[in-house]
Ligand binder design. Structure first.
Ligand code: NAP
Length: 322
């Protein structure tokens, strides 16, 4: 089979296209013929060396969609459409950047859809992250105000659509004023231009502050996001678009305004179910949700996809079809 193999820590060129033997499933595992997979920034960070537990060479890829070729557990029939996601896929064991993968049955989710594979490939990780952040971490409720920091990201754009369906009011941010119309067209009620400090601009719209913040820019804007919250509001750190993993100084009594709450979402397969995935895929199929896909590539172009991510040139999800 063809695979994009990350040979060692380094720039996108360390990803080589190789011929590998098709893997054989052991007891409890499922062999999937991969049809498509989404690219994720966490894979870029792993390739750059930010995941000390990952050993190279490794076929990366924390998600894929495809069809079951052989399920040793007997749960899935050959030909069943499935997604596989996280659970150390593409990290501790080889993952989705290939024509076939073998994964534990517990990270496999069945679905039925007539959507094209490129669209299906964009869904699992993006949906799991957005749904988990909104429901598990932020516990959003209809009528609340949500600030999405990093609004033009794939995760930010989908969060806005789901939040609007759930009856929330959304403020979305971008650093680039020329992208404001993208956020408004996507359903945002307000756009705030992010120069690093936005609490005054947010409070000019909602004087008491917002109920919830989805922080995708990360540690570089976190303190300001906490100060954008209304009393008892929650800020969830889900992303680090600002490329900084830690903060030089953090003083809980002071940096967290009184009664506001700080949490994080790192997501896993256990936060997903076949039923909710199917519901989401149906919503995409009916046109109720639109996916924001930048471009569709081939396995040969995985190194190029990493270059695009590294340069933040994508205006939506990058998807590979096999
Ligand atoms: N926790 C989880 O389970 C999980 C899962 C998936 C992804 N994530 C994280 O979620 C974040 C979003 O991922 P994505 O794939 O949706 O991103 P993406 O689509 O690649 O985001 C691109 C956008 O990020 C903004 N951006 C780029 N560099 C920035 C910087 N230095 N400071 C502020 N904004 C910057 C740009 O917006 P503007 O130019 O408009 O400002 C750009 O349009 C990432 O940090 C990713 O690692 C987390």
């Amino acid at each position: 089979m063809k695979a994009a193999v990350t040979t060692k820590i380094g720039p996108p060129e360390v990803i080589e296209i190789q011929e590998r033997d098709k893997p054989t499933p052991k007891e409890g595992e499922v062999l999937i013929q991969i049809k498509a997979f989404g690219l994720n920034r966490s894979e870029m960070y792993t390739r750059q060396g930010h995941s000390p537990n990952v050993k190279f060479p490794r076929i990366q890829g924390i998600e894929c969609v495809g069809i079951v070729e052989h399920d040793t557990t007997g749960k899935y029939e050959p030909g069943q459409q499935v997604a596989a996601i996280m659970g150390e896929m593409g990290r501790e064991f080889d993952g989705g950047y290939a024509e076939y993968t073998v994964v534990p049955s517990r990270i496999v989710f069945a679905f039925n859809s007539s959507l094209s594979w490129d669209k299906l490939g964009a869904i699992p990780e993006m949906y799991q992250t957005v749904s988990g952040s909104l429901h598990e971490a932020l516990e959003v409720k209809s009528g609340e105000v949500l600030l999405i920091r990093g609004g033009t990201s794939s995760i930010g754009m989908l969060t806005c659509q789901l939040a609007k369906h759930l009856g929330l009011t959304v403020i979305a941010t971008t650093r680039n004023e020329s992208k404001s119309h993208i956020l408004i067209d996507n359903g945002a009620d307000h756009v705030v231009i992010d120069d690093g400090t936005i609490q005054d601009k947010v409070k000019a719209i909602f004087p008491a502050g917002v109920n919830k913040v989805l922080e995708l820019v990360g540690t570089v804007t976190l303190k300001d996001s906490l100060y954008s919250l209304a009393p008892k509001g929650i800020c969830c750190m889900t992303g680090i678009l600002g490329n900084s993993w830690s903060m030089p100084e953090f003083t809980p009594m002071g940096d967290i305004p009184s009664t506001r709450k700080l949490t994080a979402y790192m997501g896993d397969a256990e936060n997903l179910s076949s039923e909710s995935l199917q519901e989401f895929i149906d919503a995409v199929e009916s046109g109720a949700i639109s996916l924001n896909i930048d471009r569709v590539l081939t396995i040969d172009q995985v190194p190029e996809a990493h270059e695009i991510m590294e340069a933040s040139k994508a205006k939506g999800k990058l998807v590979v079809v096999t």
